[in-house]
Design a protein around this ligand. Structure first.
Ligand SMILES: Cc1cc2nc3c(=O)[nH]c(=O)nc-3n(C[C@H](O)[C@H](O)[C@H](O)COP(=O)(O)O)c2cc1C
Length: 165
């Protein structure tokens, strides 16, 4: 017999995603997420599970759009802000100096240093336990061919180990 919560957290490696959205003034914020995946090719859909207590999901509820950025080594330094601090408390872009580029089909910007950026329009919000599942229709994809994807290998001696592929 194993402890369920502990065992679920061992399902690694996971791709590191940055999920971004904007407030009513168009100011971006975002967070790190492991729990994101493609769920349909036709239409092209990506689902992300965001905790109900977080800030980013409120931006998605308002703006009805978000960006899913597939992280690279160049974004690892920003995990300490985007993965542990609430966007209600700090301006994560100011703190980390992450470079953004304008998206093509939505208002939320994309990340210059990401391997892939997917511009998504909100298709569905599903209440799933302590998280909301946001299903986004991908309206534009971007690729940065020279970069490698950042993977989260989980914790060793309580320190998170990241690698690339
Ligand atoms: C490697 C990593 C993976 C994470 N994955 C998720 C996730 O899949 N879903 C989630 O809700 N939070 C996840 N988090 C936690 C959020 O990124 C964190 O709570 C963040 O501060 C939320 O920011 P916000 O309140 O501004 O939205 C993860 C954090 C790290 C470091």
């Amino acid at each position: 017999m194993v402890e369920i919560r502990k065992t679920l957290s061992k399902l690694k490696p996971k791709i590191v995603h940055f999920i971004l959205s904007i407030d009513k003034e168009g100011k971006p914020s975002g967070m790190v997420a492991d729990w994101a995946t493609t769920v349909s090719y036709n239409p092209p859909l990506i689902a992300v599970a965001l905790k109900k207590k977080g800030f980013t999901h409120k931006l998605i509820q308002q703006s009805k759009e978000f960006v899913v950025s597939i992280a690279t080594k160049d974004l690892e330094h920003a995990i300490s802000s985007f993965g542990y601090v609430s966007g209600e408390k700090i301006d994560k872009f100011k703190k980390t100096d992450l470079k953004t580029l304008p998206a093509k089909k939505i208002k939320t910007p994309i990340l210059k240093e990401a391997k892939y950026n997917f511009e998504c329009k909100l298709n569905k919000e599903i209440d799933v336990g302590d998280h909301f599942l946001y299903v986004g229709e991908v309206v534009q994809a971007h690729e940065n061919s020279k970069k490698e994807i950042l993977l989260n290998f989980g914790r060793k001696n309580n320190i998170r180990i990241f690698g690339t592929r």
